[in-house]
Design a protein around this ligand. Structure first.
Ligand code: HEM
Length: 538
């Protein structure tokens, strides 16, 4: 019979669904011509050379030759799943975003990843994990592109190529796949000391999650929400896993990466297929939108700082359930393209210089990775909201655009959709005042403290967690060849905490250095010292 239609891309005018059939009683060429043999090339006799005229051979081999696309420049190793987000309605007063209105259900696709390994690397390495969520809202797609660690290595996106060059495998030998056990990593983080906070999270149990299902997620940056009245607040996004936060022991992680390098993706897919749907709650820390953009003395534009949950409670605004595995890994997990600029009305960005740079980078890299500007038309990237744009043509254009006047205003294609101007459903850039200030390549002064929150993290750990941190620093630094790099990192530890420093230095057989600054001087904010030794409770 006729091949069964299977059209994930939906119907295109003039293009019958059967064109994409992937099943049926017989095989066809890509052009739909029925084949009688796909196992033998057309040869000049059974023992002769292959003929150039074998168009089926050439189509089959050519297509195969071009099957691979570039892996992501970072976060190459990942796995995604579909689900649904249901809003509690608790954020209605602070944002006009429709998908956060009470009871609203929004389809989502989530991709979890490691950062540094290549596509085929092991899941249980010590690394940061990506936690990227695409909400297909009916007001346009919202991408929350976060990590499982609430701070980042650098404060300015211009250093992103540098930190990734340092953390990826060495260019000469292309080892190691695991993040931190090498000279360039420790060289970077000991010279760019703003990386010390993120690095300690990596050295802690957070760096080796038990499962994607037991990871927290963080938007890291501060975002700005705007409500129907135009009032704004600043927020940080949090994902809280229903199963709680759990990690592997280092020895477990080592064994698992040998016996089952797919451990995390298998766990995710097995759980979903068994009906044990992974769940998270979305939470917000909410801060007043003041001109200083600080809270309790903490600069909200500094992505190397958290706001402790004792100072700003995480308020739950909705629930995420992952309930469907992808039917095709390439079409979904590989081709999905996240971008921080995918924002619905009610959510806007801030001037965090890391966030600002990311707004450029994702679209830019996807132009190469997904070959041209039309990747929003790939099924996994298609918005569920109706699209009426003036983007035309380009590589891999699949739309058949109607009309002759892709410009506004025009007098040919019927009107000007922007005439209303005050359309209350439109995205509005919050008219934040931009400081009268000279152009300058510099950080705010408040970005200079790199150690007090790192110390806060260390001091908030239980003895057994501290033991793991000491072991991780000692093991990872022990892999460095350069003595000077080890010593420089141990000096950073002296500036973080004397006990930690002493234990790691002793483990490495190095002298224990003195802090460069008296420790008391490094605590900048009274609010932080009030927090005491307790890390936010789950
Ligand atoms: C990919 C998170 C900083 C550039 C990703 C992904 C995540 C992520 C989760 C994987 C997305 C996926 O699963 O497809 C973060 C977080 C950051 C951060 C939380 C800091 C808070 C940066 C910066 C840059 C950057 C500063 C560049 C200036 C990229 C690029 C990709 C990527 C180029 C690959 C995207 C693709 O090929 O589709 N990031 N990232 N990231 N990130 Fe970041």
């Amino acid at each position: 019979g006729t091949p069964e239609p299977r059209t994930p891309t939906g119907a295109v005018p003039g293009c019958p669904a059967a064109a994409f059939a992937q099943q049926g009683a017989y095989l066809t060429t890509a052009q739909g011509a029925r084949l009688r043999d796909t196992d033998h090339s057309l040869k000049a006799g059974a023992r002769g050379p292959i003929l150039l005229q074998d168009h089926h051979f050439r189509e089959k081999i050519t297509h195969f030759d071009h099957e691979r696309i570039p892996e992501r420049v970072v976060h190459a190793r990942g796995a995604g799943a579909h689900g649904v987000f249901t809003a509690y309605g608790t954020a209605e007063a602070i944002t006009r975003a429709g998908f956060l209105k009470k009871g609203r259900e929004t389809p989502v696709f989530v991709r979890f990843s490691t950062v540094l390994g290549s596509r085929g690397s092991a899941d249980t390495v010590r690394d940061t994990r990506g936690f990227a969520t695409k909400f297909y809202t009916d007001e346009g797609t919202f991408d929350l592109v976060g990590n499982n660690i609430p701070v980042f290595f650098i404060q300015d996106a211009i250093k992103f190529p540098d930190v990734i060059h340092a953390a990826k495998p060495h260019p000469d030998r292309e080892i190691p796949q695991a993040q931190s056990a090498h000279d360039t990593f420790w060289d970077f983080v000991s010279l760019h000391t703003e990386a010390q906070h993120h690095t300690m999270w990596n050295m802690s149990d957070r760096g080796i999650p038990r499962s994607y299902r037991t990871m927290e997620g963080f938007g890291v940056h501060t975002f700005r929400l705007v409500n129907d009245a135009g009032a704004t607040v600043l927020v940080k996004f949090h994902w809280k896993p229903r199963l709680g936060v759990h990690s592997l022991l280092w020895e477990e992680a080592q064994l698992i990466s040998g016996v089952d390098p797919d451990f995390h993706r298998r766990d995710l897919y097995d759980a979903i297929e068994a009906g044990a749907y992974p769940e998270w709650e979305l939470g917000l820390q909410v801060f007043p939108d003041t001109p200083e953009e600080t809270f309790a003395g903490i600069d909200l534009l500094d992505p190397t700082k958290i706001v402790p949950e004792e100072l700003a409670e995480v308020q739950r605004v909705g629930k995420l359930v992952l309930n469907r595995t992808p039917s095709n890994f390439f079409a979904e997990s590989e081709q999905v393209a996240f971008h921080l600029g995918n924002l619905p009305p009610g959510i806007d960005v801030t001037n965090d210089p890391l966030l600002q740079g990311r707004l450029f980078s994702y679209l830019d890299t996807q132009l190469t990775r997904l070959a041209g500007p039309n990747f929003p038309q790939i099924p996994i990237n298609r918005p569920h909201a109706g699209v009426n744009d003036m983007l035309r043509d380009g590589f891999h254009q699949h739309a058949v655009h109607a009309g002759v006047a892709p410009y506004r205003p025009n007098s040919l294609d019927g009107g000007n959709p922007f005439e209303a101007g005050d359309d209350e459903n439109a995205f509005v850039d919050v008219p934040v005042r931009v400081a009268e200030a000279p152009k300058i390549r510099a950080n705010p002064v408040s970005f200079a403290d790199h150690f007090s929150q790192t110390r806060l993290f260390w001091q908030s750990m239980t003895p057994v967690e501290q033991e793991h941190i000491v072991h991780a620093y000692t093991f990872e630094l022990g892999k460095c060849y350069e003595q000077a790099i080890k010593e420089r990192q141990v000096q950073c530890l002296a500036d973080i905490d004397p006990v930690l420093c002493e234990r790691v230095a002793t483990g490495l057989g190095l002298p224990v250095p003195k802090p460069t600054t008296p420790l008391a001087e490094v605590v900048p904010s009274p609010a932080l010292s009030q927090v005491g030794a307790q890390w936010p409770a789950e």
